[in-house]
Design a protein around this ligand. Structure first.
Ligand SMILES: *Cc1c(COP(=O)(O)O)cnc(C)c1O
Length: 415
């Protein structure tokens, strides 16, 4: 094509050749475990590339071998996912957690140090704090409002500053919506980098792949739970990791041995979801802004954590302006009262579903302190602002007037 097309224009066709599939306009589901080689020589050539026994020749693609290594539905999906973040390559997984753990296991070794932001997704938090130390990996956390100097000092005081291999970040922080400056993370990683560069890895599930593009701010790897916005219909669990060809080749090597790639059916479902990704996310953000404006001054609401509510002139606002193209579709509603009031509100919702997860077509509400963040210890909950009165709302694509009606009637049920 002579014109450079936008990702949303390419989501229906990019990376797929109908002529290879009887002219089918959509990619079939390649429900097969293995692929027939045209000749023994072709099979040998594929394996030489797959096992890194030689470099690829100019223009040579890895041939199809076995669905744990590659499959057309996954390859098309990986190609399409690179477009939003302008990444060189991508790897897809059967869950967000498998994308995260595979990246951590590939790039960390005994004696290394990982620096991570707080708070992070519960599953990731457990893996970093309780599984990595079993492999002698050192762990340090930092808070979104800590200064660059404080973070550097913390690393220097750890006694293993020369082994910093990864800065792992989630921004906005879930469920507090605090923002972290990714360029600051890059500087910290570079400050401690030796011959081997310390990687900046960003879990972009909350805002991606439309509203934040971490690679542009110096990140090396971007990770998604594709269960959330990318899948978008609360019907599939999947994950993805994006970055340079070199880094993704290493991730795929580990994926081959862990065997946690996505299956063809998952790949096909995500291809379908990607076609409507942008319009879904735009409508969700528009609905979230509408809901925020109607309920922000409600007498039963103390405050709402929302990117669109960050005050101009603050350091958080500077990060918001630089790093994000939308305020997103997540509202952290802090009610007046505590758990009793939050539960009354949640139990009174009629249209909005009481469930964890986010980024879906239907709106979902949950109680982080007792649900997604139940495993965070009490002191940390207080420190990070995960209050008993906080309800997290992921806004869907419903008619916003219906959402507001539901929220207002549920607020009325609180005594
Ligand atoms: C859901 C989620 C994950 C885990 O993804 P799964 O697809 O459930 O394995 C990781 N990070 C964030 C921010 C999430 O919201």
């Amino acid at each position: 094509m002579s014109k450079k097309m936008s990702p949303e224009s390419l989501m229906m066709s990019y990376g797929y050749k109908p002529s290879l599939s009887e002219g089918a306009i959509k990619s079939p589901i390649f429900q097969t475990s293995t692929f027939a080689f045209e000749s023994a020589e072709a099979g040998k050539a594929f394996f030489e590339v797959a096992y890194g026994l030689r470099e690829k020749n100019e223009g040579e693609e890895l041939g199809l071998i076995y669905s744990r290594l590659n499959n057309p539905d996954l390859e098309i999906l990986e190609n399409r996912l690179t477009l939003w973040d302008e990444a060189e390559d991508a790897a897809v997984f059967e869950s967000g957690m498998s994308a995260i753990t595979t990246a951590l296991l590939q790039f960390l070794s005994p004696g290394d140090l990982i620096l991570h932001s707080n708070p992070i997704y519960g599953g990731t938090d457990h893996f970093i704090k309780h599984v990595l130390p079993r492999f002698q990996i050192n762990v340090i956390g930092f808070d979104p409002l800590e200064s660059e100097e404080d973070i550097i000092q913390k690393i220097e005081a750890s006694g293993c500053a020369d082994r910093l291999k990864m800065v792992y970040v989630e921004t906005p922080a879930n469920p507090t919506n605090h923002l972290i400056d990714l360029e600051l993370c890059r500087r910290v990683a570079d400050y401690f980098s030796k011959e081997e560069k310390a990687l900046v890895v960003v879990d972009n599930t909350y805002m991606g792949p439309i509203w934040q593009h971490p690679l542009k701010f110096g990140a090396d790897l971007v990770i998604y739970s594709a269960t959330k916005y990318i899948g978008g219909h609360s019907d599939v669990i999947a994950g993805a990791c994006l970055g340079s060809k070199e880094h993704i080749a290493k991730i795929k090597e580990m994926r081959t041995f862990l065997g946690n790639m996505a299956g063809p059916w998952t790949g096909w479902l995500l291809l379908r979801s990607l076609e409507t990704l942008k319009i879904r996310m735009e409508k969700q953000a528009e609905n979230a802004a509408y809901v925020f404006n109607v309920i922000k001054d409600h007498p039963k609401v103390e405050r709402i954590g929302y990117l669109g509510a960050i005050k101009e002139g603050t350091p958080q606002y500077e990060i918001f302006k630089k790093q994000y193209t939308s305020a997103g579709a997540m509202l952290s509603i802090i009610l007046k009262g505590g758990e009793k009031e939050a539960f009354k509100f949640l139990n009174s919702l009629k249209l909005i579903k009481l469930a964890v997860s986010l980024g879906s077509t239907e709106s979902l509400a949950q109680h982080p302190a007792s649900m997604t963040h139940a495993g965070v210890d009490h002191d940390e909950k207080i420190k990070f602002g995960i209050k008993d009165s906080l309800v997290r709302l992921s806004v869907g694509v419903e008619n916003p007037a219906d959402l507001v009606w539901d929220i207002e009637q549920a607020l009325e049920h609180i005594e």
